[in-house]
Design a protein around this ligand. Structure first.
Ligand SMILES: Nc1ncnc2c1ncn2[C@@H]1O[C@H](COP(=O)(O)OP(=O)(O)OP(=O)(O)O)[C@@H](O)[C@H]1O
Ligand SMILES: [Mg+2]
Length: 264
């Protein structure tokens, strides 16, 4: 399953991406966590040790390799290039693994807006397929804040999109925009995840204000989340309430996706 996580800036996309990645990894799944933020921080949220993070190079530094393998310069649209470039040696050069989660940083590569007919997109698609070849494998895509990245190419990388909101009208406004754009590009499996929720009332605010998206679950507001960040610990280890909420969401998501599959 390929899960993208979107939402307004600062709502908790990276926190949720890290939690879900570790939940699935601890279930024994192969997990590829992709940080699509140009200023990456998913590795930190997953508690990757500094030595490993130093080894990590963003895909945007792959320019020469993309040209070598596809026969076209990244950034070009149209023209001829290989649609199934060789990628088998790339994972070890551009990603690192820790506790069952393999992480890949995109750097400044835009996977959504550039459209599906470009060399870097062909490279990434082949790479993801190469890394995730079993049905149970999980791809978690921590997306760039906002809506600009939601181009047609996104659909190729995503089965399910989780839209994170906090109990504010503004984050619900962004969720409504994301829903519209996602539906425009044919992505219909969307769920809302409420984060930083302090009480019943805030949960109800989100439930009442949802732009027609079903609510997958809520993550409680907890100052320990920021403390984990300061201390360099994974929220998954440091804040049990959030880990448990993420486990519940992963279970619910599995049920919902199966249910959709049966209806279709
Ligand atoms: N449940 C929570 N309770 C308290 N603080 C939280 C919670 N979830 C996230 N935070 C804090 O909110 C801030 C933003 O979280 P995070 O980085 O996950 O958001 P983001 O949506 O990925 O942000 P960006 O748009 O910058 O990528 C961080 O300081 C994080 O520690
Ligand atoms: Mg983030």
């Amino acid at each position: 399953m390929k899960i993208a996580i979107s939402g307004k800036g600062g709502v908790g996309k990276t926190t949720l991406a890290a939690l879900l990645a570790q939940v699935y990894a601890d279930q024994g799944r192969d997990v590829l966590a992709v940080d699509a933020d140009p200023s990456p921080c998913l590795a930190g949220a997953l508690g990757f040790p500094d030595e490993l993070r130093e080894e990590l190079h963003p895909v945007s530094e792959m320019d020469e390799l993309i040209e070598e393998r596809t026969g076209a310069k990244p950034g070009t649209v149209g023209g001829f290039f290989t649609l199934n470039p060789r990628v088998d040696d790339i994972p070890d050069r551009f990603s690192v693994s820790h506790r069952g989660v393999r992480i890949l940083e995109m750097g400044a590569v835009d996977i959504g807006g550039s459209g599906c007919i470009c060399p870097e997109s062909a490279m990434l698609k082949t790479l993801f397929t190469h890394l995730l070849f079993r049905k149970d494998d999980i791809l978690i895509l921590d997306m760039y804040a906002g809506v600009e990245h939601l181009g047609r190419a996104t659909v190729d990388f995503v089965d399910v999109m989780l839209v994170v909101v906090e109990p504010t009208r503004r984050s619900l406004g962004t969720a409504a925009q994301i829903k519209k754009l996602a539906n425009d590009i044919g992505l219909t499996r969307l769920w809302l995840v409420g984060n930083k929720v302090r009480d019943e009332q805030e949960a109800r605010f989100l439930e009442d204000g949802t732009p027609g998206l079903p609510v997958l679950g809520y993550l409680p507001a907890d100052l320990a989340v920021q403390e984990a960040d300061r201390l360099g610990h994974a929220v998954y280890d440091y804040v049990p309430a959030l880990r448990e909420a993420a486990e519940t969401m992963a279970a619910k998501l599995a049920e919902e996706v199966v249910a959709i599959g049966e209806r279709n």
